[in-house]
Design a protein around this ligand. Structure first.
Ligand code: E4P
Length: 217
């Protein structure tokens, strides 16, 4: 499973990238707002740092506007993925932009039927939002599972990008089901390294090592 980082914070991306944990980046208007940066400037910096796909989201609501914005964002770098919402206009924009050979990430997906439409429209990535479904008492992981089955049934090449990830369990479940990509906040990727038994075991090893009086260096 590829790891994308869901942030527009350069330092957080840089730190994870140095560890080989960043296969791509996703941003959205809320993340750009949180960063306090200019969208083109911060997206360019991310693209200089990360070789993989970097999603930049359009904000027009009509297809023509999304297409124009998508083409403009694509000028930033070759690894830009144009993010459009899963509306009928978004699907129209997806078809035009993907026919031009551009990577398109169709976002705000909340049903298997929406994912089916995005694949038919040539999306490179479909972004089902797990956490926001969990928030309204539905099971976001069921959606990932349904899309996996449907895409495999018909050999769709659209990659399932599990989004709106809020916990380490979401990462495990997405990997178990076979999501192609998971995009997570840096904090969740950091938490994946934690285990109480690792801490306990390390503590015991350190205490025993101190008793030996030895040094390695
Ligand atoms: C994905 O591309 C979105 O940017 C993101 O995962 C949304 O997550 P949220 O529901 O935690 O805002």
């Amino acid at each position: 499973m590829k790891f994308f980082v869901d942030t527009a914070e350069i330092e957080a991306i840089r730190e994870l990238h140095a560890l080989g944990m960043v296969d791509g980046v996703t941003t959205n208007p809320s993340l750009i707002m949180k960063s306090g940066r200019d969208i083109k400037e911060v997206t360019r910096e991310i693209c200089e740092l990360v070789e993989g796909p970097v999603s930049a989201e359009t904000v027009a609501l009509d297809a023509e506007g999304m297409i124009a914005e998508g083409r403009e964002l694509a000028k930033i770098a070759d690894n830009i993925t144009i993010k459009v919402p899963l509306t009928w206009d978004g699907l129209r924009a997806c078809k035009v932009l993907s026919d031009e050979g551009r990577m398109v990430n169709v976002t705000l997906c909340f049903s298997a039927n929406q994912a089916l439409l995005a694949a038919k429209a040539g999306a490179t990535f479909i972004s089902p939002f797990i956490g926001r479904l969990d928030d309204i008492n539905l099971d976001g992981m069921d959606l990932i599972q349904d899309i996996r089955i449907i895409y495999d049934n018909y050999g769709f090449e659209t990659q399932i990008l599990a989004a709106s990830i809020r916990s380490v369990n979401h990462m495990t479940d997405a990997a178990r089901i076979g999501a192609d990509v998971a995009t997570a906040p840096p904090s969740v990727i950091h938490q994946m390294a934690n285990h109480v038994l690792t801490d306990k075991g390390l503590d015991a090893f350190m205490k025993d090592w101190a008793k030996t009086g030895q040094k390695i260096l």
